[in-house]
Design a protein around this ligand. Structure first.
Ligand SMILES: [Ca+2]
Ligand SMILES: [Ca+2]
Ligand SMILES: [Ca+2]
Length: 323
């Protein structure tokens, strides 16, 4: 089932590439024979870009490579038809049955529109995610997004901030349509807790709040200014928590780095700095957040426990039938 997301049989593809190589030689000979000018074949560039070595097994390269993988249309030319990307693209290092490159690609592609207010005073942020086959329907994914910030600078602010929402994704439907449901909780386990859930408009789920962006109707997630509590409707946020929380519709969402946490029994990162999320280059300033282990069951600075975030059943999402 998962191969429809890009899984490939290495040997079969190798044979296909070799066959294509021979066919290309034959084709070029025909072209030269006919006096037709030749040009580089674009797909050779794509396959050469996949030559990412076997250190795909390292967590660092995975998070970085995934971003490269998102921009699949590698414009570099040259390079041989090595086709050696199979080792990397076939890896399921967190053992959940999903190819890790697909987890990364889908988590990036189906990230809802995060409406981080333009005047947020502490916007430095990255996203740690956990993607798994949805327990209710393995053709869908359950993705937990943990938005990690350098600071919470709202009322009662603190170093570090962890704010979670989760989605159900149908990878067979392009984003944003394939975002089937979202669960968000603002200020979990406090008197100000606000739980919300929305969906694609089918069944009993209230439809998500949408904004037009990049040619699509994207479901929105509203982090409150400074506090970063996640709300699914702007109206739920305005003046929430004793007039300490306010939200705004941003014109563009942030483009955070996304790092795959892996699974509890097979983590893909034990250090968010070496994985490229909590780094000075990304604007992070609080030394106590560097080299944080998201599976170490410790608090993220003055914020919550990320291990709990990644395993919290409060963020279980339904699988609605969409119109
Ligand atoms: Ca996997
Ligand atoms: Ca996973
Ligand atoms: Ca917060």
């Amino acid at each position: 089932m998962w191969e429809v997301w890009g899984g490939r049989g290495g040997d079969a593809e190798g044979r296909a590439l070799r066959y294509k190589g021979w066919m290309r030689v034959v084709f070029l000979l025909v072209l030269v024979g006919c006096g037709v000018p030749t040009k580089g074949a674009s797909d050779s560039a794509v396959t050469s870009s996949d030559t990412t070595t076997t250190d795909s097994q390292s967590v660092d390269s995975q998070s970085v490579d995934s971003h490269a993988a998102d921009s699949v249309t590698d414009t570099s030319d040259g390079g041989s038809d090595s086709g050696t990307g199979d080792t990397a693209s076939a890896a399921d290092l967190d053992g959940d049955g999903l190819l890790d490159v697909d987890e990364q690609r889908i988590a990036a592609a189906y990230l809802p529109f995060i409406s981080l207010p333009p005047d947020d005073g502490c916007p430095t942020m990255g996203v740690l995610f956990r993607a798994t086959p949805h327990p209710l329907d393995p053709t869908k994914l359950h993705i937990v997004y943990d938005l990690l910030y350098d600071n919470d600078c709202g009322v009662g602010g603190h170093v570090g901030d962890d704010e979670v929402f989760a989605v159900t994704v149908d990878p067979a439907v392009a984003a944003p349509g394939g975002i089937l449901a979202i669960v968000a909780i603002a200020h979990q386990n406090t008197l100000c807790e606000k739980d919300s859930m929305c969906g694609c408009g089918g069944g009993a789920l209230t439809a998500c709040s949408l904004t037009v962006w990049d040619g699509g109707d994207w479901p929105e997630v509203f982090p409150s200014i400074g506090k970063h509590g996640n709300y699914l409707y702007d109206s739920d946020c305005e003046g929430a928590c004793l007039f300490t929380n306010y939200c705004a519709l941003a014109t563009t969402p942030p483009s955070p780095i996304l790092v795959n946490a892996g699974e509890p029994d097979h983590p893909l990162t034990r250090d968010l700095t070496t994985s490229g999320l909590v780094t000075a280059e990304n604007g992070w300033t609080n030394a106590e957040l560097f080299d944080y282990d998201p599976w170490g069951d410790s608090n993220f600075g003055g914020a919550g426990n990320v291990t709990s975030d990644l395993t919290d059943t409060a963020f279980d999402t339904p699988v609605p039938v969409c119109p």
